[in-house]
Design a protein around this ligand. Sequence first.
Ligand code: FES
Ligand code: FES
Length: 166
Amino acid sequence: MAKSQVSMTVNGKPAEGLVEPRTLLIHFLREQLNLTGPHIGCDTSHCGACTVDLDGKSVKSCTMFAVQANGSDIRTIEGMAATDGTLHVLQEAFREMHGLQCGFCTPGMIMRAYRLLEGNKNPSEEEIRFGISGNLCRCTGYQNIVKAIQYAAAKMNGVRFEEAAE
Ligand code: FES
Ligand code: FES
């Protein structure tokens, strides 16, 4: 099958490759760029494990072709920590608040939470739950994921995180 050249910015660096028209973005990221943080958890576009940030939006990278991402600016979980290894506040928050168990959903969950907080610096619990409703977690029951996002929001706003009484 004829291949097309694609080029994009991924985690701040130029990336390019040859892809078939049917190559999904998730496969391009994982198999050609070796970015295996974005996961494949379903074949129905439901789980959100493949979520990346693309041109300022959360995108399930299994739902678009690599050629459609040509020219775009993409951030994956691999691009969240600083170059010196300092965790992004959301990564720190998921660790501190035990927002993961097996971790399979976590890269997608963090990328979704990142875009959520970019658009809403101080979301309510309801807004967080709605905001991550496209990302499924089989382990945690979501409670600690919500807390982790609240922790990150508080830290980004320079205020002390107070856990709500249960
Ligand atoms: S792999 Fe499940 S939504 Fe993309
Ligand atoms: S931590 Fe296991 S699926 Fe979310």
